[in-house]
Design a protein around this ligand. Structure first.
Ligand code: DGJ
Length: 695
């Protein structure tokens, strides 16, 4: 892995299997030269040409790394500025490059307005991923306002049509894939809600004739948890471009004299097949993005009280659950909503982060000590960015929420969003959480966020349209500060389920809540969508009493699905029969023996249940010494019961021993990848976990 500086201002980002090649043409303009399989570096060249005619301009046609608004360029741009005299054109030229082993910075300057910007690149030894961002600097006396400040631009190599993939999810149905052929014009994916949200995802996947194992796949994921926008466009020259970054909807960023700003990063790659894409992004997240305290630690099995007790929490009831949880093998007990303020349902208490003395007359330590004595760590739920109008905090500080004096504040779930761009609000939130962590032996914070923004007025800001960015930054900053002071505390990002499960959140939080939908069958689809570009290790998955929205799926089946991430339990354990407890114990013990492979291994999606009715996912240790294969069937139809069970990702020439459907096998990796075992799958909710050990 290195950056190669070639003749004529051409720079090759030389990664494991691919090249990303950029350069500067003779006019000082940035150019995107190539992205894909490696070629001889001496062959790369920049071609220049003139306007075709008055309607087909060269500036409109060329492939760039950071298109700026202006001149005779009419396509979507990455940067659009508004200078002090109302000029809105950027007219820049190359002023030099900084080249290091793994980093490249290309610098440009608009001399007249004292505006400097850089395109930043970073590459990694262990994957084919390029990190891209833009830095803008104001070297003038005047403010520079940006109407658009995206993070990255990509032009895909082929002139043929690509299929663009994103998600069309919802609360309770996160990450449902949406694939659309891009023939002409633009496809846009975005969030305007103040969080990345449940619907579209802050990434793109563009592919041609691709499946899990083959075909050209290009992708890029934005590390940002607020409003984002992804625009994929195919132009009149048949070029497919993708640009992405902070959404320019209700957006503005003012850079004052002497200031600089770097956009959120995008992580992009080119692989053969979707499987390799996911494995590369998983490796990237574990090795380089997830917070360092826990990135290399196995995540504990947790119990969460929400679905069992709702708001009705107290020391006695929680300890009753905790005793059973400990007996089953749970390692971390998390008390969810309801422990603070006057929180008896969702219409009061948010903002009052003080222990509810009616529910916990002796404070929280009675419960925490009890949980610790049972051998488990203790975790707790908070929703720090919110306030209920029915709270002491709101009665004291009604001005602390986003609002317009002339408009009614829209409540959702009876709550309002705190203006986290105010220093005093951030200090209040930090202090409450700092005290909570200082006074109690808490090892885990579940940080929730249950409503999108509205009435986004912020009188404290000279440029209120910066608030989405600033709010998001405040959340990251508070988490970082708390982590610095309390390094033993792990953080979970939750937003009504998976509303904030993006790479930005996962650069500050250690894990995320995937979905409030814990139905085994639905989870097969939700987790599949999650696994495309997000790290498996960070995906919290609980076994709950939602046995199945249509038909009950067995407890074993629910474990099979939840064990394919960071396992948790969320059912009402008081209602568990002896048999349920035995099944849970057995599965938790099994999970502990395989979780290293699941959390740190490579995922091979052998068969996708949406297409095939039977899900087969194989998790393989990096050194190929062990694999864990999960098989789960949502129910076979049309009398098709015999399938060929294949395992992918094993070492081809090595032999593995495993037991499948009560029969012992010794087979090579090549055999299992190509020939497989014909198996009879017994209808709905059949499930099995196969452990393959290399011999
Ligand atoms: C939404 C979360 O997704 C749930 O897990 C739970 O924590 C509730 N909020 C509590 O209000």
């Amino acid at each position: 892995m290195k950056i190669i500086e070639c003749k004529n201002n051409i720079f090759v980002l030389d990664m494991k299997n691919t090249h990303y090649v950029v350069g500067i043409d003779k006019f000082g303009t940035d150019r995107m030269i190539y992205w894909g399989k490696k070629c001889d570096v001496d062959d790369y060249e920049i071609f220049t040409f003139g306007d075709e005619n008055s309607n087909h301009t060269v500036l409109d046609e060329i492939k760039q790394e950071c298109t700026v608004f202006g001149k005779t360029m009419y396509r979507e741009c990455v940067l659009k500025a508004n200078f002090y005299d109302s000029c809105r054109e950027i007219n820049s030229t190359f002023i030099g490059a900084n080249v290091e082993k793994d980093r490249l910075v290309l610098n440009f300057k608009d001399e007249y307005y004292g505006f400097v910007y850089s395109i930043n690149y970073r590459i990694f030894a262990d994957c084919d991923i390029v990190e891209k961002s833009i830095t803008v600097k104001n070297e003038s006396e005047n403010d520079i306002e940006f109407e658009r400040l995206f993070s990255a631009e990509f032009t895909l190599p082929s002139k043929d049509e690509y299929i663009i993939s994103n998600t069309n999810g919802a609360w309770g149905g996160e990450w449902i894939e949406a694939n659309e052929k891009l023939s002409a014009g633009s496809i846009v994916f975005e969030s305007k809600r103040g969080i990345s949200g449940h619907n579209n995802s802050p990434y793109f996947i563009a592919y041609q004739n691709a499946d899990e194992k083959s075909g050209d796949v290009y992708f890029g994921s934005l590390a940002y948890s607020s409003n984002f926008k992804v625009i994929a466009n195919r132009d009149l020259y048949s070029n497919t471009r993708v640009i992405l970054g902070m959404n320019d909807f209700d957006f503005s960023y003012v850079l004052k004299s002497g200031e600089s700003f770097t956009t959120p990063c995008v992580y992009a790659g080119n692989t053969q097949g979707f499987g390799e894409m996911s494995r590369q992004m998983n490796t990237l997240a574990i090795e380089h993005l997830l917070p360092r305290q826990f990135n290399d630690k196995q995540l504990p099995v947790l119990y969460n009280s929400w679905e069992a007790t709702g708001f009705d929490v107290n020391a006695k009831g929680q300890l009753e659950l905790a005793k059973i949880a400990a007996d089953l093998g749970v390692e971390l007990f998390v008390m969810d909503d309801g422990w603070f303020g006057k929180r008896n349902n969702d219409d009061a208490g948010l903002g009052d982060w003080f222990v509810n003395k009616d529910k916990f007359p002796n404070g929280l330590n009675e419960l925490i000590d009890g949980v610790n004595e049972l051998g488990m760590d203790f975790g707790i739920w908070v929703e720090p960015e919110m306030v209920n109008p029915n709270s002491d905090l709101y009665r004291l500080h009604p001005e602390w929420t986003y609002h317009y004096d002339t408009r009614v504040k829209s409540e959702l779930r009876n709550q309002l969003v705190l203006n986290m761009t105010r220093q005093d609000v951030c200090e209040y939130v930090f202090e409450c959480l700092d005290n909570l962590l200082s006074e109690h032996n808490i090892k885990y914070i579940k940080w929730d966020m249950n409503r999108p923004f509205s009435e986004t007025g912020a009188e404290n800001l000279s440029c209120p349209k910066m608030l989405y960015y600033l709010h998001n930054k405040a959340v990251y900053d508070i988490v970082d500060r708390l982590k610095e002071k309390h390094p033993h505390v792990a953080f979970e990002a939750c937003a009504s389920g998976g509303g904030r499960a993006d790479l930005g959140a996962l650069s500050h939080f250690d894990q995320c809540w995937t979905s409030d939908n814990t139905d085994g069958i639905d989870r097969m689809t939700i987790q599949h969508g999650y696994s495309l570009l997000r790290p498996i290790k960070a995906m919290r998955a609980w076994v709950t009493d939602i046995a199945g929205i249509n038909k009950p799926c067995s407890l074993d089946f629910r474990f099979n699905i939840a064990m394919q991430g960071a396992l948790g339990l969320g059912g009402n354990l008081l209602k568990y029969s002896d048999e349920d407890k035995e099944i849970s114990k057995k599965n938790i013990a099994l999970y502990k023996s395989i979780r290293h492979t699941v959390q740190f291994g490579d995922l091979y999606r052998v068969s996708n249940q949406d297409d095939n009715e039977v899900l087969i996912n194989s998790y393989v240790e990096k050194d190929k010494s062990k694999a864990v294969v999960f098989i789960a069937s949502r129910g076979t139809r049309f009398y098709k019961k015999r399938i060929n069970v294949l395992f992918d990702g094993l070492e081809e020439n090595a032999k593995y021993k495993f037991t499948f459907q009560n029969k012992e096998y010794v087979k090579s990796g090549a055999y299992m990848a190509n020939v497989g075992i014909p198996a009879h799958i017994h209808g709905a909710y059949y499930n099995e976990i196969i452990i393959c050990e290399k011999i």
